[in-house]
Design a binder for this molecule. Structure first.
Ligand SMILES: *[C@@H]1O[C@H](CO)[C@@H](O)[C@H](O)[C@H]1NC(C)=O
Ligand SMILES: *[C@@H]1O[C@H](CO)[C@@H](O)[C@H](O)[C@H]1NC(C)=O
Ligand SMILES: *[C@@H]1O[C@H](CO)[C@@H](O)[C@H](O)[C@H]1NC(C)=O
Length: 383
């Protein structure tokens, strides 16, 4: 009996030690299986497979860095981010949401309100009269729990968040998870899940990574990058980036990226109120669907490093954004991020879908599960 008690104490002790290490954000990936206990504070988590390294934090379930070699073996970190957790915790309404998960509803909601099942729900106004990226304090600016952290052939980290009934004005309790997985050589996959517990609610999650394939600190902008977007339609907007409800062809407009096109060749032709102007548009994704539901959404190529990134997604829409509003944001290593430093491909439900009955619905009811996947594939283009 005494032996058993002694043995149990040793087990408890080992478990405590392991959690301690994770709580300090120093957990080493050793392929030792699951990590079950809940983490108390924010930390950084590292995933690696071959030459691909990613760093994420459970503050906002945010992608902090992604490093990989180019054709000549030069390593660069191609995702914009900050050095400190304090910067990620900034709740300024003009924060750029670098690398963060956006929710409960990404993008804009007109007049910060919507009606569902006969009730009007009011959200915070954090973008003029509208709501942007889930409100003043969306999923990008809350602490997520670390549910699993594993190494091995498919290294992954799973973050969970319980969003309470009424949080930022949204109806019902909602359990959300986001899993980052290095799912293949040079492949990062994000799996989203959300389960409404008691009320129907809109859900539209995305990741707001900012990509500069020459390196976040290369000092190069993205104007010479070429982009292809698998979309023949887009959703035009008013002056505050709220969709008018129309779905129009991109053909004959500066938004047509069906053929690979250099971003800078078009950027001054696009209708934009941002200063400097640039792309900030939602596309209707219509690439060919694979068996697993993923469709090609976009491809970007940086001619300087020859790095290429493909974005695949299960979502109906994608905001293509040329980081027009970055204004000397102090990034990693003290580097200043300027307008057009990076490209964003936010695959999502359509903006303001909650108020636009002709858009694909973003409502999830109790008994249903919201599931979406995003996949980033990296390669080098050898000329
Ligand atoms: C992850 O990023 C943070 C913030 O930039 C940094 O302090 C930490 O050292 C990084 N960890 C790894 C393993 O790269
Ligand atoms: C918070 O973000 C705003 C907007 O990006 C920026 O102007 C401000 O300097 C940031 N504050 C801190 C403490 O980082
Ligand atoms: C917000 O709405 C009010 C009332 O309609 C209007 O007067 C005001 O100009 C609007 N503000 C913005 C930034 O659009």
């Amino acid at each position: 009996m005494a032996k058993i008690v002694y043995f149990l104490w040793i087990l408890v002790f080992i478990q405590l030690c392991r959690c301690e290490a994770f709580e300090q954000g120093k957990g080493k990936l050793g392929g030792h299986g699951y990590f079950h206990r809940r983490i108390n504070g924010p930390g950084f988590f590292h995933l690696q497979k071959g030459d691909l390294h990613i760093n994420v934090t459970n503050w906002g379930a945010t992608l902090v860095s992604l490093t990989l070699p180019d054709a000549k073996g030069h390593i660069a970190d191609v995702a914009l981010g900050y050095d400190s957790l304090a910067s990620y915790m900034n709740v300024s309404s003009t924060r750029p949401y670098l690398g963060a998960i956006l929710g409960r509803v990404s993008n804009r909601v007109k007049n910060a309100q919507f009606m569902l099942n006969g009730e009007t729900y009011h959200l915070p106004k954090n973008d003029g009269n509208n709501t942007l990226h889930g409100g003043l304090r969306g999923f990008d600016n809350v602490l997520w729990k670390v549910k699993e952290y594993r190494g091995g052939r498919r290294p992954s980290v799973k973050f969970t968040y319980h969003s309470f009934d009424g949080e930022q004005g949204f109806p019902g309790d909602l359990d959300v998870s986001v899993t980052y997985t290095i799912s293949g050589d040079m492949e990062l996959r994000l799996d989203y899940e959300a389960i409404p517990r008691n009320k129907a609610t809109p859900v539209s999650l995305t990741n707001h990574a900012y990509w500069n394939l020459a390196g976040h600190n290369s000092g190069r902008d993205i104007l010479d990058n070429s982009v292809k977007i698998w979309a023949s339609h887009y959703t035009p907007t008013d002056d505050h980036l709220i969709p008018t409800g129309q779905i129009l062809p991109v053909k004959g407009t500066p938004l047509d990226f069906r053929k690979e096109t250099i971003v800078g060749s078009r950027i001054n032709k696009v209708k934009s109120n941002e200063k400097p102007p640039g792309f900030d548009n939602n596309y209707v994704l219509d690439g060919p669907k694979l068996k697993n539901g993923l469709k090609p959404a976009a491809r970007m190529k940086d001619p300087w490093s020859s790095r290429v990134m493909e974005v695949w997604s299960t979502a109906p829409g994608m905001q293509f954004y040329t980081s027009n509003n970055l204004k000397d944001t102090v990034g990693k290593g003290g580097f200043l991020y300027k307008p057009h430093t990076a490209l964003c491909f936010e695959t999502q439900g359509f903006p303001n879908a909650v108020n636009q009955p002709n858009f694909p619905s973003v409502i999830v009811k109790p008994g249903q599960i919201y599931r979406q996947t995003m996949l980033y594939k990296f390669s080098v283009d050898k000329y």
